[in-house]
Ligand binder design. Structure first.
Ligand SMILES: [Zn+2]
Length: 624
């Protein structure tokens, strides 16, 4: 696709100021749009998401003015001109291959995967898909299929005008990119030349723009409805401009997997002369649909409105009876009843039916070996088989099935990560044992055999291709094993709040990481008897700013509940409500940074009622 590699242009800045006005206007409109929806405290701007009859998510884009184009970057991007765009709905994601299959249209894509964007699609076929989708939902098609003229008054789907595309992409910003002007940050938002490994990727894995639209930059360039004319901006209309009347080329926006950063800018324009020639269609070209909207989207008959941050959320619960087969010695606080107590309480409170039950997948040793040595893994297996009573110390009693249970505990975390990544659940709690955060590369410690959370973080990075993981550890004990696993690693931010001095002895404030990992290990040691207020203050003042600055792609919680006021081992005074508040803060971080991707994993918690109540409070917040 020659058009996507247009020759280099001179960099420049664009006018500022109006963006703030638009953003304010937007917030105002959103609050009018969604009167009944609760906004999560401190969540990202809550754009309204609607789900169409055929199950496609669209974002309600409010009407407004914006400054279109760029003064100096591309000749075809100037002059910058003020444009009004009426409210519309835009697909939250690029059209993916499985959507085409649903309408029984054959899939032309080169990089085959149901969740990858559709590509190798020419403009007319994209317009035809819009019509098919309109018909499937009982709407009036916009395109006349002989001339491909667009009827903008029809209520069906169409390609966005170039003005609609840029307005939605900018989302109130006036900088080069919607995240600012530093192209080095583009890899967090886009699959482009430097991040794509030469192919498209499933939509929605990169961070969205401020209005919740994903993959506006990179992955595939997107068709606009407009005919491309280099000099059009000097003569375009001010209100809902629709492009020139005549011409052969159509506009492409946003850059693709093979584009350099500059071609992904909000104002960057490209075109393709091959619109009527399927042979020239490229695997770097796709699209997303829009349709007209009134200001009150929720009242439209074939839409289900929801707030993306507060939709009827799906929370997963990982559990398997194998976890009860890890037997410890009589009187040991880490016992199977911890889990049965949690489950009985969830059943009694009617929560069980509302959770998506997830089973641990058989875990490949490859994942255990990302954290533990082969020699240690073998030793765990042999010790269980031989009937050895303890692993490494009297703290960690084992039984014949402890090895299997420990593998399944790690496997449970991986199953939860998969379910979140595949969109089967929004988040998940893993009711697993043995716990993991004290386990070291070569040694069991503090009731822990394999480090479930650390293995989960490696899996997220290596299997799911996400780069940054935040681990929040609120177990009353310091997670020395997790700290050790990522001490020099700047891609995993480990945050631990714990009683100190206390078992296992580590976790001082001065332990901040080493090498490239300096400042990516944050310990907040607290004195005994610390309660809800102290914990919440630490989360608000220490965790929140560091986490938002780090901007994780996935959040894991090492959820130990042994800081509960009645716990048998801990000396802290946190209540079930306090754990709910902590959950709320971590959830808001996940929502702001990574579409809410969060998996929480049980660590400690030894007073059965305090544990069950705390887990219930924790899960209720995850489910909201
Ligand atoms: Zn603990």
């Amino acid at each position: 696709m020659h058009a996507l590699s247009k020759k280099h242009r001179v960099a420049a800045s664009s006018p500022k100021g109006l963006g703030m006005v638009i953003a304010a206007l937007y917030l105002l409109l959103v609050s009018v749009f969604v009167p009944g929806c609760r906004r999560e405290e401190d969540s990202a701007v809550a754009a309204q998401v609607v789900t169409t009859k055929t199950g496609i998510e669209m974002v309600a884009i409010p009407g407004g003015f914006f400054e279109m184009g760029s003064a100096k970057e591309g000749l075809d991007e100037s002059p910058v001109h003020r444009v009004w765009v009426s409210p519309f709905l835009m697909d939250r994601f690029e059209v993916v291959q499985e959507q085409f299959k649903k309408l029984q249209i054959s899939d032309p894509s080169h990089f085959k995967n149901p969740k990858n964007p559709l590509e190798q699609i020419n403009w007319t076929d994209a317009a035809m898909y819009c019509n098919e989708r309109s018909l499937a939902e009982g709407l009036d098609p916009c395109y006349e299929e002989k001339t491909w003229q667009c009827n903008f008054k029809a209520n069906g789907y169409r390609l966005p005008t170039e003005a609609e595309w840029e307005y939605a992409c900018r989302a109130g910003t006036t900088t080069k990119y919607f995240f600012g002007s530093d192209a080095r940050r583009l890899k967090d938002y886009a699959w482009f030349k430097d991040s794509s490994s030469g192919k498209t990727h499933p939509v929605g894995l990169k961070k969205p723009n401020p209005w919740g639209l994903h993959d506006m930059y990179g992955n595939v360039a997107e068709w606009c409805n407009d005919i491309y004319l280099k000099s059009y901006y000097s003569q375009g209309e001010q209100r809902d401009p629709k492009g020139p009347a005549k011409g052969r080329e159509r506009v492409l926006r946003g850059g693709a997997w093979n584009s350099r950063a500059d071609a992904c800018r909000s104002a960057y324009r490209a075109s393709d002369p091959s619109i009527d020639d399927t042979c020239l269609a490229s695997d770097a070209v796709g699209f997303r649909c829009v349709r007209n909207a009134s200001d009150n989207v929720s009242s439209e008959p074939n839409m289900t409105a929801q707030n993306p941050h507060n939709s009827a959320s799906k929370t997963g619960l990982v559990y398997d009876d194998i976890y009860l087969e890890h037997k410890t010695t009589p009187g040991h606080p880490e016992r199977p009843e911890r889990l049965t107590g949690i489950l009985d309480n969830l059943k009694a409170k009617g929560l069980m039916d509302k959770l998506t039950l997830l089973k641990p997948a058989p875990v490949s040793l490859e994942w255990i070996k990302t954290i533990h040595s082969q020699q240690y893994i073998d030793r765990v297996q042999e010790s269980c088989r031989d009937g050895t009573a303890h692993l490494d110390s009297a703290d960690t009693p084992i039984s014949p099935k402890s090895y299997e249970a420990a593998l399944a505990a790690a496997g449970g975390v991986l199953a939860a990560v998969d379910a979140v990544m595949e969109g089967r659940v929004d988040n998940a709690f893993c009711a697993v044992r043995p716990p993991g955060h004290h386990a070291l590369e070569n040694r069991a410690m503090g009731f822990c055999i394999f480090n479930n959370v650390a293995i989960g973080a490696k899996y997220i990075q290596k299997k799911c291709g996400l780069s940054k993981v935040l681990i929040v550890d609120w177990d009353v004990h310091h997670g020395n094993g997790t700290q050790a696993a990522f001490y020099d690693d700047p891609t995993v931010l480990y945050f631990s709040v714990h009683q100190y001095p206390f078992y296992p002895g580590t976790g001082g404030e001065a332990e901040k990481g080493s090498g490239k990992g300096v400042n990516y290990n944050i310990n907040v040691p607290l004195p005994a008897r610390s309660g809800d207020d102290v914990y919440i203050k630490a989360f608000e003042e220490k965790l929140r700013p560091a986490a938002l600055d780090f901007s994780p792609d996935f959040v894991l919680i090492s959820a130990g509940f042994d800081a509960h006021e009645n716990d048998l081992l801990g000396g802290m005074a946190v209540t079930a409500d306090g754990f709910a508040r902590l959950t709320q803060i971590v959830k808001a971080i996940a929502q702001k940074s990574c579409r809410g991707r969060l998996v929480s994993v049980l660590e400690g918690g030894y007073q059965l009622k305090g544990l069950a109540d705390s887990v219930e409070a924790h899960i209720r917040v995850l489910m909201r």
